[in-house]
Design a binder for this molecule. Structure first.
Ligand SMILES: NC(=O)C1=CN([C@@H]2O[C@H](COP(=O)(O)OP(=O)(O)OC[C@H]3O[C@@H](n4cnc5c(N)ncnc54)[C@H](OP(=O)(O)O)[C@@H]3O)[C@@H](O)[C@H]2O)[C@@H](O)CC1
Ligand SMILES: Nc1ncnc2c1ncn2[C@@H]1O[C@H](COP(=O)(O)OP(=O)(O)O)[C@@H](O)[C@H]1O
Ligand SMILES: [K+]
Length: 481
């Protein structure tokens, strides 16, 4: 899995390498030469390539890239608008690059390719001087005339960790070569569009850190034990639906059935029961009353509550579920707690960004600006697993860090998708015994990945605007792992 770092983690890994005997000059050499190699794979020596270098180590990376390219006969101009690099490591590479004839010069005419090695993780957004603005405007003009822009580590002007002070000004790359780890801002709504295609550059360092981009195979979820029986795959309880919102629980039920649960009990209102009889005959239907829930809750392996629910007893039912020693999934109308009891079994909350903002007394923008920290802080404070849903989905672990699932279809941005995900997660947690080799967060991440991949595969036969949750549920059963 690829790591996702904040500035602190990026510094920590540099420090770790240094104290472990691998100097920063070596990492810079690896970074620059690997990026040069990738540029050579896509561009010919007769294309005009401009490398714009800043005064920090991001600039130093630029010197290594330029040196590797000039050595191989490429037409390179290196421009250092703020002067020579100031750090010892970058200066070492500047001196070495001179031996290959690479020295800073002025800019002139139109370039085919521009490498942005101006600012990396050390950019200070509070100092947006006129010379920076002018440089960005010039690069943008070049892009309008057809130049391709590659960013080193992070596009210049873009913050690394969070976007609350982001001015909206920055270079917009066609691709970004991310050194050792992706940076958080590549997944934040305001800054993600500046990165273009994300390309990870391996620096040969170990994978320390809290957050990672989940990219493991979902194959374990698609295979069954040939000697298993329905008991092997657990019994689930879903509580949801109301007279005015009977559809959500139907979607959740169908998603749970399509994702492997052995048996499923669904407590809902009469109008939703009718829909379930027709569309989900495999489920067992219960009345949505305290007595019924009390009776069934001791016999299930997992309980999920919330979609479409509108009942004065919601809080009482949540308490009832939380008193059992089973995983509990809270979604939609059940996201009403501001504290959770200490217990062994997991509590999973699955808010979308608006629900999470309400749960944490913030605005949606505040949550989006600092998505990773927000999800982590809630998970750690309340010792729950947070599945925070937006254009990406974060799974925050109670002990810090977590997984990010990216690349889902924008067709998911519709009512009903969240109900589907809720059903899927509840179903997988009911099958915990079967998936004991996976941590609970990893099992959820694999499930979210199943959902994201299914959404992307539906796009092969219909436009994102047309995708509805039922298409997604059907695709879950056909997904190629
Ligand atoms: N392990 C890894 O991942 C590796 C990381 N590596 C690389 O290191 C990069 C981080 O390097 P870094 O810490 O030197 O910071 P960087 O981004 O070059 O910027 C600092 C410079 O910019 C300047 N400056 C800042 N703001 C400004 C402004 N508004 N307006 C004008 N100037 C401004 C600032 O100036 P000063 O504050 O000193 O006046 C300083 O000179 C990282 O992104 C990656 O590319 C690889 O080399 C090796 C392995
Ligand atoms: N732009 C987007 N790209 C990909 N997925 C998205 C986007 N916007 C929203 N989603 C996903 O759509 C789903 C919406 O869930 P939610 O709002 O809870 O729906 P529901 O109406 O079913 O409650 C979430 O899984 C979220 O991650
Ligand atoms: K850069």
């Amino acid at each position: 899995m690829e790591m996702i770092y904040d500035t602190h983690e990026a510094r920590q890994i540099d420090e770790w390498a240094k104290t472990s005997g691998l100097p920063l000059e070596v990492l810079m050499e690896r970074a620059g030469s690997e990026i040069a190699k990738q540029i050579k794979e896509h561009h010919d020596a007769d294309e005009r390539i401009l490398i714009v270098c800043g005064t920090g180590n991001n600039g130093g990376d630029g010197y290594v890239i330029g040196r590797e390219l000039i050595r191989d006969g490429y037409d390179i101009t290196l421009h250092a608008p703020f002067g020579e690099p100031k750090t010892a490591t970058a200066r070492l590479h500047t001196r070495y690059a001179e031996k290959f004839g690479l020295v800073a010069e002025g800019i002139c005419g139109q370039y085919d390719v521009i490498v942005d090695a101006v600012f990396g993780t050390g950019f200070d957004g509070a100092r947006f001087t006129k010379s920076v603005t002018d440089l960005f405007a010039w690069v943008q003009e070049q892009q309008q005339q057809g130049a391709r822009l590659y960013a080193v580590d992070i596009p210049s002007g873009i913050p690394t960790d969070q976007t609350s002070d982001f001015s909206g000004k920055g270079l917009k790359a066609d691709a970004t070569f991310c050194l050792h780890a992706f940076k958080r801002s590549a997944f934040l709504v305001k800054t993600a569009p500046f990165f273009g295609q994300l390309k990870k550059i391996d620096l040969g360092l170990p994978a320390f850190g809290g957050w990672s981009l989940y990219d493991e195979s979902i194959e374990p979820l698609l295979t069954r034990n040939p000697y298993g029986h329905k008991g092997t795959y657990g019994t689930g309880l879903l509580i949801g639906g109301s007279e005015t919102m009977p559809g959500s629980i139907q979607l959740a039920t169908r998603a749970a059935l399509r994702t492997g649960i052995g048996k499923l009990q669904v407590a809902t209102v009469p109008s939703a029961q009718l829909g379930l009889i027709i569309n989900a005959p495999e489920a067992m239907i219960l009345d949505q009353t305290t007595e019924t829930i009390q009776g069934i809750v001791t016999q299930v392996d997992v309980a999920g509550i919330g979609p479409g629910l509108s009942s004065e007893f919601t809080s009482e039912w949540i308490d009832l579920l939380l008193r059992q020693d089973i995983p509990v999934v809270l979604d939609a109308s059940a996201l009403i707690r501001d504290s959770y009891p200490e217990r062994q079994a997991a509590i999973v909350v699955t808010p979308h960004i608006g629900e999470f903002a309400r749960m944490t007394n913030q605005t949606v923008a505040e949550v989006q600006d600092d998505l990773f920290e927000q999800a982590s802080a809630y998970a750690m404070l309340h010792q729950v697993i947070v599945v925070l849903k937006s254009h990406v989905i974060l799974i925050a672990k109670p002990d810090g860090g977590g997984y990010v699932i990216a690349g889902a279809s924008s067709g998911l941005a519709k009512g009903g998708s969240g109900d589907t995900l809720f059903g899927l997660i509840t179903s997988l947690l009911g099958q915990r015994k079967h998936y004991q080799h996976l941590s609970i967060e990893r099992l959820i991440a694999m499930g979210v990945s199943w959902y994201a991949q299914a959404s992307k595969q539906v796009e092969q036969r219909m436009h994102p605007s047309s995708i509805v949750a039922t298409d997604l549920i059907e695709q879950l059963g056909k997904v190629e792992g």
